[in-house]
Design a protein around this ligand. Structure first.
Ligand code: NDP
Ligand code: 2IT
Length: 444
């Protein structure tokens, strides 16, 4: 059996009941086959077996007390996957669906994404099955303090630097940082996505969504095209979705639909983003409210229908496996030309195959959403240098990084004989740097 397929088989046997981890590993390892074929030393040193095994997995109890005085217990996770090229770096996700399979898939993706940024950051991910939805600020604070009371001993500015992800935004990062600082008595860049008053970076809030659109803009430009006048569908209405919408609109596109986990809104006139921001960022409400506030818009219960809406560009920005084979077929049938993944692994393996067969320009998550973590690394650089860059300066660096990632994945795909296959291109371009570092470090 081919090396890649053997490693995948073993991974599935050794890690049963981890479907998301299997899915991410399948996509990554199959994309790496042409690289592995050129490097027999990888098999001799079990490089892929080491690559898919996290360096360290931390599981812990997170007890806290709710507003009624009832004791609650959640699971806490941190997977320190790979530190070959820098300290572990990656977000924390607070969502009831969180389990080890999801954190491991996110961590594995993060290794290559972080490498693609060109900055010195390794890969990690963490989180909890805690659901911030419907909790009071004080409940969220008590949870975050309890979470950090265990996590603090495993992280550090040169060891492991967490950030946000689903359910973890500025509020949560603030509480987590406050508790870390209190326990360690150190004001350091141990978390990114911090507030501007205590070490954060301008543009970090916007970075993932803006970066996604910068990359899509580059892909369009290379084909003599642009965002102006394009119809765009964006799933989600959280941090990534909101700032993808903002930048797409700034570039002249019409965003007609967005969703949250209950249902989607359609506004043929173009989404009024200030209304979405008010509902989601200020009120922490439901997207359904939009239809009640904006005349001519409509709300539809359930998420799947959003992919039936005709569009030129689809930007899935909510969560994994939002676009399955059938949704991909519907998008293709309705004329989609570009798909940029803002969320992590939002397209199933079947969905990716549909897009690629139809010639849709498909920008995979680890490249397309790398702007968030890249700007986190810029935040780390500012923290250690005791510097504070302007919005324009960080935005310019972000744009440059996204263009470079696009060129690198495009170049890698061409070099390895799979031109236009950005899934393989991103995996290859990200992997080579990590593989070189791992080989240099010996068997560790
Ligand atoms: P947020 O928590 O800010 O927003 C998440 C959005 O996705 C919400 O609208 C949420 O709806 C929706 N959503 C979550 N789960 C589901 C689900 N199961 N079904 C339907 N909708 C769902 O998170 P982010 O915007 O930060 O993250 C979105 C995606 O982007 C994630 O995949 C994340 O991993 C990825 N990402 C984030 C980065 C960042 O910097 N924040 C960087 C790179 C990638 P509801 O409110 O109803 O739950
Ligand atoms: O998936 C991701 O890249 C993130 N959630 C951001 C990670 C980070 O460290 O900024």
């Amino acid at each position: 059996m081919q090396y890649v397929e053997r490693v995948l088989e073993e991974l599935k046997q050794k890690n049963p009941n981890e479907p998301e981890f299997h899915q991410a590993a399948t996509e990554i390892l199959r994309g790496l086959a042409p690289v592995v074929a050129r490097h027999p030393e990888y098999e001799q040193t079990a490089l892929l077996e080491r690559f898919v095994e996290p360096e360290r997995v931390i599981l812990f109890r997170v007890p806290w007390v709710d507003d009624q005085g009832k004791v609650r217990v959640n699971k806490g996770y941190r997977v320190q996957f790979n530190s070959a090229i820098g300290p572990y770096k990656g977000g924390l996700r607070f969502h009831p669906s969180v389990n080890l399979s999801i954190i491991k898939f996110l961590g594995l993706e993060q290794i290559l994404k972080n490498s693609l940024t060109g900055l010195p950051i390794g890969g990690g991910k963490g989180g909890s099955d805690f659901d911030p939805k419907g909790k009071s600020d004080l409940e969220v604070m008590r949870f975050c303090q309890s979470f950090m009371t265990e996590l603090f001993r495993h992280i550090g500015q040169d060891t492991d630097v967490p950030a946000g992800d689903i359910g973890v935004g500025g509020r949560e990062i603030g509480y987590l940082f406050g508790q870390y600082k209190r326990i360690r008595d150190e004001h350091v860049g141990v978390l990114t996505g911090r507030g501007l008053s205590y070490g954060g970076s301008l543009v970090r809030t916007e970075a993932t969504g803006y970066g996604l659109v910068y990359m899509a803009e580059e892909a369009l430009k290379c084909r003599g095209d642009g965002f102006e006048g394009k119809t765009v569908v964006i799933s989600g209405s959280g941090n990534v979705a909101i700032y993808a919408c903002e930048k797409a609109q700034q570039l002249g596109a019409k965003v007609v639909a967005m969703y949250d986990s209950n249902g989607y809104i359609y506004d043929g006139e173009g989404i009024k983003l200030e209304v979405v921001k008010q509902i989601k960022e200020v009120e922490r409400g439901r997207i359904k409210e939009y239809a009640a506030r904006v005349k001519g818009s409509r709300y539809f219960e359930g998420c799947k229908g959003i992919w039936q809406i005709p569009c030129d560009i689809a930007l899935p920005c909510a969560t994994q496996n939002e676009i399955d084979g059938a949704s991909a077929e519907a998008l293709v049938k309705n004329g989609v030309k570009y798909v940029g993944e803002g969320a992590n692994m939002p397209t199933t393996l079947e969905g990716i195959a549909v897009f690629q067969k139809a010639g849709v320009v498909f920008l995979p998550a680890k490249a397309a959403n790398a702007g968030g973590v890249a700007t986190s690394a810029l935040e780390m650089a500012q923290s250690s240098g005791r510097l504070f860059w302007t919005f324009e300066e960080v935005d310019r660096k972000l744009k440059e990084i996204m263009r470079n990632i696009y060129r690198n994945m495009d170049g890698a795909a061409k070099e390895y004989g799979v031109a236009g296959d950005y899934v393989a291109g991103a995996n290859i371009a990200g992997f080579i740097k990590v593989a070189n570092a791992m080989m240099a470090h010996g068997i560790v």
